[in-house]
Design a protein around this ligand. Sequence first.
Ligand code: SAH
Ligand code: SF4
Length: 327
Amino acid sequence: MVRRAAHGCFVHLRALLETGNSCRADCLYCGLRRGNSSIERYSLEAHTIVDIVSRAASGGFRTVVMQSGEDAGRGPEFIRDVVVSIRDCVEAALTLSYGEWPAAVYGMWRRAGADRYLLKFETSNRELFAFLRPGRTLDQRLACLRFLREAGFQVGTGFMVGLPGQTLDDIANDLLLLHHLDPDMAGIGPYIPHPATPLAQSCREWNCAIRSEDSVLGNFCSAEMTLRCLAIARIMNPSLHLPATTALETSLADGHLRGLSAGANVLMVNVTPGFCSRNYDLYPGRHVGNDEDPRVLWNRYEGLLAREGYMVSPDRGDGKGNGASWE
Ligand code: SAH
Ligand code: SF4
């Protein structure tokens, strides 16, 4: 009801392009972590990125999200140049999701023409955050979110549900932090164990401070808990853009549709070339792109949504923009 009041029956379709899978970070939960030597690393060439983004835009997508690991090898100037080339020929809104960088880099990408940035805080529990993301801190992450807002981006953030060590109190705090940050968009998705990561193995075996059996959720119900979080997030933040995440679709039958019923108003559609998508191995079971034309994908989602009583939104689905307090 709250979603319908704020967004009607409209759903925003965002094209997702995974531009590379190299990462300097070593997050314990993620298959792209630098310590995982079992995936083939790739980095799309600039002309390929521009071509796919252009085809997504002419296929109907009014937002394209470009995401990758924190690829220090390519460097921030590469992204800047790609954004400039895209801005020369594409009108769609451009969202970047490239991890943690200094304020000057965010400013450079914003001036190049990127509109939005997605950086989840992942968990509001400081101790859990530092454990899961070696060498990183929650304060650093929140500072990045501030830099992004100051650079003029519409900002997305969010968290994972069902992490080992995460408690119900933590999740309540995640929802409160989300509300406090007052972002334009929020990705809330279930944690899905990846077998090639330390977190998927027994934490006791790793002699970690936080043991998996401390979790009150377990992995079996993290998707169901995610639906509840989406519903609460919607009630707390009526105008927020809230995707039914790819991770939710992966871990729950009809996850997209159940996410929309719970309060989501955005779907992400993967337009990454199949070979790359297979190696963009954040977690197992992800739907891998099979090189379909973006227009075909757009039409399919439009049909699927129409059958469920939704309409694809004709507008870009911008956030409320700058102005919220980030103190
Ligand atoms: N490197 C960037 C963007 C790519 S990771 C960053 O970290 O921000 C994108 C998202 O994937 C992360 O925010 C995280 O929430 C999610 N993710 C990574 N591993 C996951 C897993 N095992 N289960 C569920 N989500 C995961
Ligand atoms: Fe890298 Fe992002 Fe995965 Fe962390 S979550 S290892 S920063 S891709």
